[in-house]
Structure formats: C-alpha cells, structure tokens
Design a protein around this ligand. Structure first.
Ligand code: HEC
Ligand code: HEC
Length: 412
C-alpha cells in the first residue's frame, strides 16, 4: 500500500506524540525556555517589553489553556499557531548570527511539538477556560512594546545620534583608512560607527557596554566625547546640541533596557522637531568680541525667502561650540535642519544635504553664565542673544573651504 506523504508524516507525528505526553514535552522542551536566564529570540527586535517567557507559566496545563484561550494556538495546524508565527518573525534576517538562529529553531520546534502533543490529548483539549487574570502574556501595554522595538527606535537614533556622527568620523567609521589604523592600535572597539549605516550602528550600540543602563550619564558614549581619556579629544561640551541628542537617546535606551517604562504615559514625548543632517560644511566667525572668549556660542543660520521677501522663521542650519578666546575665533561644521517629509527633507534624504549660494542671516547666542554646564537640558534664549549679521555664502565642502563671517559686525 502506498500512503500519500502528508498522511505518512501525520502517522509518524502521531506516533511520536503517543510516546510523549504533553506534560513530558513541556517539561523537557518548554520549561527550559521559561527557566533560562537568557532572553529568547524576541530580543533580536524587541529590546524589552515582551519575551517568549511572558507566555509560559510554570504549569503545563495552565500554559496550554492560557495560550488556547488567547487564540495563540492552532490545534489543527500547530505550525500555524500565532505563538509559532511570533517566534518565526526573525527567520531569514541576515543580521542574525548562528547562535540566535539555532535558538529560534529550537524554540519553534519545541512549541510545535508541544502543541501537537496537546492536540492529540482530547481531555486536555476539553479543559475549561482559564480565568482571564491567570493568563500569561507580556506585562507591558502595546505602546511600551512598540517603543522598545529596534525598528521603532531608529527614527530617534537618527535624529539624536546619527545626525552628529560627522564629529566622530572618520576615526570611528568601520572600513575607513583612519579607523583601520586605530583598530590596529586600540582594537575592534573603535569601529562602533558601522559601515552598514544607522540601523547597524544602532544594533551594535544598544547591545554594547558603551551605554550604562544603571547610570546613563556615566556611559562611555558620553564620557569619551566629553574628553575623558579620549584619544579623539574633546568633541562635546555638556549641554551642547550633540550632547543633548546623545544624552536623550542614551537615557531612553537605558530606560528601555531596564524595563522602566510601565505605561504609555511613561514614554518620552514624541519629538516633533526638524530632522537633522550632519554635513562637512564649515562656518567660522573671525574677530569675535572679547566678551565671547571661551564661552559656549550657538549659531543659527537663516535662509532668505525670495517670494515672501523676508528671512525664514526657522533656521536652516545650526552649530555650536566654545569660542577660542585667544584666537578670537569660532569655527565648526553645520547641521542642516528640515521638517520631516518637507520637500527639503526629501531632497536631502535622497542626495547629499547642501545649501544653495546666496545671502543668509546669522544669529548668535552666547552662554555667558555657563547655564548649560549646570543644567544640560537648559536652552539658550532671548537673555543669551548676542546679535545678528547678514552674510554671503557659497557653501563649499570641507574644513579647508570654510565660509567666514566677520563677528565684529554682529549687532543686536
Ligand atoms: C524580526 C523582528 C521581530 C522578532 C524577532 C519578533 N518580533 Fe514581535 N514584532 C515585530 C514587529 C515589526 C511588530 C509590529 C508588527 C505589526 O505592527 O504588524 C511586532 C509586534 C509584536 C507584538 C504586538 C505588539 C503590537 O505592537 O501590537 C507582540 C506581542 C510581539 N511582537 C511579540 C513577539 C514575541 C513574543 C517574539 C519572540 C517570540 C517576537 N515578537 C519576535 C518584530 C519582531
Ligand atoms: C580624531 C579621532 C577621533 C574622533 C574625532 C573621535 N574619537 Fe572616539 N576614540 C578615538 C580613539 C583612537 C579611541 C580609542 C582610544 C580611546 O579609548 O581613547 C576612541 C574611543 C572612543 C570610545 C570608546 C570605545 C570603546 O568601545 O571603548 C567612544 C565611546 C568614543 N571614542 C566616542 C566618540 C564620539 C561619540 C565621538 C564623536 C562625537 C568621537 N569619539 C570622536 C578617536 C576619535
């Protein structure tokens, strides 16, 4: 007699199920997942908020009833169960290493085998419903689960960290000659800006020791650019825009990692500010007034609106740094700004962000009191306004082709 393959497979499967009761399969294959101190395969995408363990109870029968009553089990086709689909989500992802892939496969096979064993047990299938409060699932609401997903974190990472990477290039960008040189001297750790781009760098950083979850402000990712035993020297001062970006992002990652967000209201407010584009366009202010010496100076660059015949309300570029008092000089690269989904943002996302030739307005703010050092969240405002000046610019790229502005012409 010739059996069709599917039927043959079903017979073999049923045979295996008869050999092991649901409880046996559970104890041997599901309970170890529950008891393991390591996170499950979900961590590949969910940094926190949900784990496969959340769906498992210490008791085999209760776990079955809990999953069944939440519609997560398909008794007719165990491999089509929702819980199995959740496990399969990361299958085929190229970033996944062999250990993770093996773990995912083991989880999947364990659940399929156990669900099949349950399906072959009529008594268990007929067990009464489990009280809703006894069911097992993630302890966090969907908003929190969503916030802790790496793909959801990318937007904030791009705004807060990636936009400032020009300050850290090329020393830290994997695959550049400069980085190759440092790598030989200091090891692979210096290659933390990944050649795969923002998502790959995010992936690396969230799992790295560069972020201190218990004391975010002590993270190496902040201390190094602040100049603490850093071969790259001083790149930030406390409270500047890059520091604020890094700090905000690091605080968020630390809270996610330590599972501190319990409810939607605990999540950070959505940042409605413009998108930021780091560039190699440089601006320098020469002949700075003595009063600005060694103080933190913030610059906003405004474009001329030829149609409305007035300066734009919002800056098209910003930059900040401490004035070099002795040299009466301030210079730094510009970060360009554009509202999300605006024509300008689309243009800059598609190609290289740049500024057209023409006339511009510069507004300067100086932190004369050192308020940023006292409170990194402080914002320079009207009280710190140092004046404005109009200038012409061609915006050539590179440190050697800076646009120069005479700061002695700045007027309030
Ligand atoms: C490859 C990435 C990836 C992996 C691995 C992954 N998920 Fe997800 N998960 C997602 C994405 C993306 C969504 C949002 C899907 C959507 O909105 O349709 C999601 C949504 C969810 C949700 C719904 C929350 C909501 O937003 O409504 C739950 C619950 C969940 N996943 C649990 C898990 C569990 C449990 C695991 C591990 C067994 C897991 N996920 C593995 C990417 C992943
Ligand atoms: C001129 C080159 C240079 C620049 C620019 C530079 N760094 Fe570094 N950085 C290094 C070198 C070299 C090391 C390794 C030696 C050390 O720890 O100081 C390092 C180490 C680090 C480390 C420690 C890495 C680890 O895993 O131990 C961090 C974090 C870091 N830098 C952050 C930054 C940030 C953030 C920026 C930009 C805002 C930046 N650096 C700019 C050269 C640079």
């Amino acid at each position: 007699m010739k059996l069709p393959f599917a039927l043959l497979a079903a017979c073999l499967f049923a045979g295996a199920a008869v050999a092991q009761t649901p409880v046996e399969v559970f104890e041997k294959r599901i309970a170890p997942i529950f008891k393991s101190p390591n996170p499950s395969s979900c961590v590949q995408c969910h940094l926190a908020g949900v784990d496969l363990k959340d769906y498992i109870l210490p008791d085999a029968e209760k776990t079955f009833r809990s999953l069944r009553d939440q519609g997560l089990i398909d008794l007719d086709a165990p491999e089509k169960s929702k819980i199995v689909k959740l496990i399969e989500m990361g299958t085929g992802d190229k970033k996944v290493n062999a250990v993770q892939a093996k773990m995912r496969l083991a989880e999947r096979e364990a659940f399929v085998a156990w669900i099949a064993a349950c399906a072959a047990d009529p008594q268990l299938k007929a067990a009464p419903k489990l009280d809703a409060q006894d069911r097992a699932g993630p302890g966090r609401p969907v908003e929190v689960i969503r916030h802790g997903r790496k793909d959801q974190m990318l937007d904030s990472f791009e705004k807060n960290v990636w936009a400032w990477r020009f300050r850290c290039m090329n020393c830290h960008t994997e695959g550049t000659p400069q980085n190759d040189k440092y790598r030989k001297e200091f090891g692979d750790r210096v290659a933390w800006v990944k050649k795969g781009g923002a998502a790959a760098t995010l992936d690396y950083l969230v799992a790295s020791k560069l972020i201190d979850s218990a004391k975010p402000e002590q993270s190496l990712l902040l201390r190094k650019p602040l100049g603490e035993k850093h071969e790259g020297g001083l790149k930030f001062v406390v409270g500047d825009e890059a520091y604020k970006g890094f700090r905000n992002w690091i605080e968020d990652v630390a809270a996610i990692r330590s599972d501190k967000y319990a409810a939607a209201k605990d999540l950070p407010a959505i940042d409605a500010g413009p998108q930021k584009f780091g560039t190699d366009l440089w601006l320098k202010l020469t002949d700075c007034p003595p009063a600005w010496g060694d103080k933190f100076l913030q610059v906003g660059v405004y474009a001329w609106d030829a149609k409305l015949k007035k300066w734009d309300e919002a800056p098209i570029a910003v930059s900040d740094r401490v004035v070099f008092g002795k040299g009466k000089l301030w210079q730094h690269s510009l970060t360009l700004l554009a509202q999300k989904d605006s024509p300008r943002a689309k243009l800059w996302l598609a190609g290289k962000p740049s500024l057209p030739d023409g006339k511009y307005l510069l507004k300067a703010h100086v932190d004369a009191e050192g308020k940023l050092a006292k409170d990194w969240k402080a914002v320079l405002g009207e009280a710190d306004y140092a004046g404005r000046v109009e200038f012409q610019a061609k915006w050539k790229e590179g440190y050697g082709s800076m646009t120069a502005v005479d700061a002695s012409k700045v007027r309030k």
